[in-house]
Design a protein around this ligand. Structure first.
Ligand SMILES: [Ca+2]
Length: 120
């Protein structure tokens, strides 16, 4: 786990954030490019969103904190998502290519950080 904390801090700059003004029709799954991990606030890959290449992000920021409802992992690696910042509180791990249009209710609006790898 030391590797995670060593690389997480510098990684956030590469994260892309969907524009607040984008209409719902524009914030669709087509926003998620091959090779990126994407999460959306709303079900069915809609609403405000964040996309990132395969990397560790110790805090998704206030824009997406505790909002993830749907996701699509278009990277070729596992992505583990966490309840708290700094990779604490493992929620679940997403296989390469994995997606969910609506996570389970007990996992909804909880993700704060994520990391490359299958950690839980
Ligand atoms: Ca949400």
């Amino acid at each position: 786990m030391k590797r995670l904390s060593a690389t997480g801090a510098a990684a956030l700059a590469a994260v892309a954030i969907g524009a607040l003004s984008a209409p719902p029709a524009a914030a669709a799954s087509s926003d998620c490019q091959p090779g990126w991990f994407c999460m959306w606030d709303d079900s069915s890959y809609r609403g405000r969103w964040l996309s990132s290449p395969a990397q560790n992000v110790s805090n998704v920021g206030t824009y997406m904190n505790d909002r993830m409802t749907s996701y699509w992992n278009r990277t070729d690696q596992w992505i583990t998502v966490y309840y708290d910042s700094g990779y604490r509180g493992c929620l679940f791990a997403i296989p390469p290519g994995g997606s969910d249009a609506a996570v389970d209710p007990d996992l909804n609006d909880r993700v704060t950080s994520f990391a490359v790898g299958q950690w839980c």
